[in-house]
Ligand binder design. Structure first.
Ligand code: MN
Length: 130
């Protein structure tokens, strides 16, 4: 079974880019277009990884990460924050909110699948799958 990745992102071009890259590598990608939908879909899907844009309508990514971390059943899922914020201190703020990893925009088409693979390898070691 393919690994499921939940992509929370409101920008159509970024959705297409990230979806194309991840599907190329064989992952099953599900898209939520705002933070509220992201939290709801995370509960339904229980994905292996969540990619979270920070600036989104209805509920921003930081709040969505907080919500996910509060939810016992979702607390263990690795969250990768993706953001175009370039200001110093943002990375810290994002990690403090409960994200495990951080990717900056524009998305590096090689760094993204590399990070996903690293996260899944770690998870497999922890869960004893491989
Ligand atoms: Mn956005």
């Amino acid at each position: 079974m393919a690994y499921r990745i939940l992509l929370c992102e409101d920008n159509e071009r970024n959705i297409k880019l990230i979806k194309d890259i991840l599907e190329f590598y064989g992952y099953e990608v599900h898209v939520a277009v705002d933070g509220e939908e992201g939290v709801r879909m995370a509960k339904e899907l229980m994905p292996e990884i969540i990619l979270m844009d920070i600036q989104m309508p209805k509920m921003d990514g930081l709040t969505a990460i907080h919500e996910i971390r509060k939810e016992g059943s979702l607390a263990h899922i690795p969250v990768v924050a993706i953001t175009s914020f370039a200001m110093a201190g943002d990375k810290e703020r994002i990690l403090k909110a409960g994200a495990d990893y951080y990717l900056s925009k524009p998305i590096d088409t090689r760094a993204l699948p590399k990070l996903i693979k690293e996260i899944l390898n770690k998870k497999d070691v922890i869960e004893g799958k491989e």
